[in-house]
Design a protein around this ligand. Structure first.
Ligand SMILES: [Zn+2]
Length: 153
């Protein structure tokens, strides 16, 4: 914006600044050498930190899935090929699962959980911290003045 500087009266391009608790329109010269603190967006961004916590739910396959599958199958007196038939998978899939060479997909794990009555999936909650977008943060003139005060202390 163009106008008269509130501090030195010069007609020039002006910026908004906080000077001793008031918001004034001042020139670049006054911002650089005077008491005025330019209201910069970066300062506001730093200030607007109310953080939102989002919870993310992650399903993971247990680490010892191979021993759990094998143990459950053997306790049911089933051969690998029997289990494969029961859950409509290839025998080689069961073999690879039990030898730990193949981590089951969530779908497959759920199928195995249901049939073998075991637990293969753990649910982890992840807390994600989101910074609130500057445009959504409500900053009042009071916040700005306090900001300026903090800077001088
Ligand atoms: Zn000035």
């Amino acid at each position: 914006m163009f106008g008269d500087c509130d501090l030195c009266g010069k007609k020039t391009e002006l910026v908004e600044g906080v000077v001793e608790g008031s918001i004034l329109k001042v020139c670049n010269n006054c911002i650089q050498f005077g008491e005025a603190v330019e209201i910069k967006k970066s300062v506001l961004e730093e200030k607007s930190k109310p953080e939102k916590i989002k919870e993310e739910i992650i399903e993971e396959i247990v680490r010892d899935y191979s021993t759990r599958i094998k143990g459950a199958r053997e306790s049911m007196n089933l051969l690998q090929k029997d289990l494969a038939m029961e859950i409509a998978e290839k025998e080689s899939v069961i073999h690879n699962l039990e030898s730990g060479h193949l981590e089951p997909s969530l779908d497959l794990a759920k199928k195995l959980e249901g049939f073998l009555n075991i637990k293969l999936i753990v649910i982890n909650k992840n807390e994600k911290v989101d910074k609130i977008d500057f445009h959504n943060a409500s900053l009042t003139i009071g916040d700005l003045l306090k900001l300026n005060k903090d800077k001088h202390e």
